[in-house]
Design a protein around this ligand. Structure first.
Ligand code: KIV
Length: 271
């Protein structure tokens, strides 16, 4: 399907209209100006400044160490590049779970200091008060259910969530709660496709899947994974659209070779 790049700015209302007419929503992460400019130019609907920046930008094992200041830095770089996409920013671990006042203060900082358009946070009924308070300030909120990486030490592994009935039932209730509170969408991460289909059909608001099958209203991937920059990371749900690790490595090896061989710079490349 061709992308309408003429749309001025995607809003949360545009996303709702897309769900209503059955048009899939494309979302990808970005964390810096140059990458976000390419993503935006390609016709992306939403750019997620994910706390996966902690992994792919900073090299941490989990998303837990990234700070609010660091997320604001990444988000403001992305916002400067995005002229079409809706920019959604993750509230990092420890900045919203304590109480709803703290959650609102964190969300306000992101909106004020980065110029982003919406925030995302992980969890369901247990963070309802925080979600409500952020929404009352007029800040659009996206939920995130299923595998929620900020709780990795509770789960213990990154395997598929909600395979058992009790967890699936809680996830369905959480999704309805997030919708009732006023979230404009919800990310469903690494859950069975059948469950994601049921949730998607039960909600009026869009679901965005990652490892949640083909029935979600949209899809999101981490850009480093889909471009093949993370060489060893190949989970079943990931479609790798390029092999940038090898492409970049080859170019850089050529540069090193040229410098060593004294063939760069040539006379044509000097003043
Ligand atoms: O941080 C992130 O990149 C995310 C996506 C995996 C949904 O939350």
């Amino acid at each position: 399907m061709s992308v309408n790049k003429e749309i001025k700015r995607i809003t949360t209302h545009t996303l709702q209209e897309m769900k209503n007419r059955g048009e899939r929503i494309a979302m990808l992460t970005a964390y810096d100006y140059s990458m976000a400019a390419i993503v935006d130019n390609a016709g992306m609907d939403c750019i997620l400044v994910g706390d996966s920046a902690s992994n792919v930008m900073a090299g941490h094992e989990t998303t837990l160490p990234i700070t609010l200041d660091q997320m604001i830095y990444h988000a403001s770089s992305v916002v400067r590049a995005a002229s079409r996409a809706l920019v959604i920013v993750d509230l990092p671990f420890g900045t919203y779970q304590g109480n709803s006042k703290e959650a609102l203060a964190s969300a306000v900082r992101i909106m004020k200091e980065s110029g982003a358009h919406a925030i995302k946070l992980e969890g369901g009924i247990e963070i309802a008060e925080s979600v409500s308070r952020i929404l009352t300030a007029g800040i659009p909120v996206m939920g995130h259910l299923g595998l929620t990486p900020q709780s990795i030490y509770k789960f213990g592994t990154y395997t598929v969530r909600a395979k058992e009935e009790a967890e699936a039932a809680k996830l369905k209730a959480d999704a309805l709660k997030l919708q009732e509170l006023g979230c404009f969408g919800v990310v469903l991460e690494k859950i069975p496709a059948k469950l994601a289909k049921e949730v998607t059909e039960s909600l009026a608001i869009p679901t965005i899947g990652i490892g949640a099958g083909q029935h979600c209203d949209g899809q999101v991937l981490v850009i480093h994974d889909m471009l093949g920059i993370n060489k060893g990371f190949k989970p079943r749900f990931l479609r790798q659209y390029s092999n940038l690790f090898d492409v970049m490595n080859g170019a850089i090896e050529n540069y090193v070779g040229d410098v060593k061989a004294k063939s760069f710079p040539s006379e044509k490349e000097e003043y």
